[in-house]
Design a protein around this ligand. Sequence first.
Ligand code: SF4
Ligand code: SF4
Length: 105
Amino acid sequence: MKRAFKCRCCGACCRIKDGIVRVSDAEIARIAAFLGMAESDFIERETELAPDRKSLMLKSRLDGSCAYLAADNFCCINPVKPDKCRTFPFEWTNPDSARICPGLR
Ligand code: SF4
Ligand code: SF4
């Protein structure tokens, strides 16, 4: 019998090497407001162009983890995090989700 999903708060989904967290205009606006930043400053300092050049995405650290992942695996922008993060691993998922996310095993 399949167990009910329970997030283990492990942060693995925020440490996916070469992971891409795209941000829409609306997401940029709400994250910038949450951080008390002008949208233009947020875009310049906190985002970069996605590899396909079709959108902006959140910057990652050199180890591949999201810049907003805290040491305790807490998301520093949790109340306003992008929809992709909010809906993982159900509405938004990928072929590696079962391997990445212990909550699905
Ligand atoms: S924005 Fe938050 S939930 Fe999304 S990848 Fe970064 S740390 Fe994880
Ligand atoms: S990988 Fe799964 S269990 Fe770990 S924090 Fe992300 S959603 Fe939760």
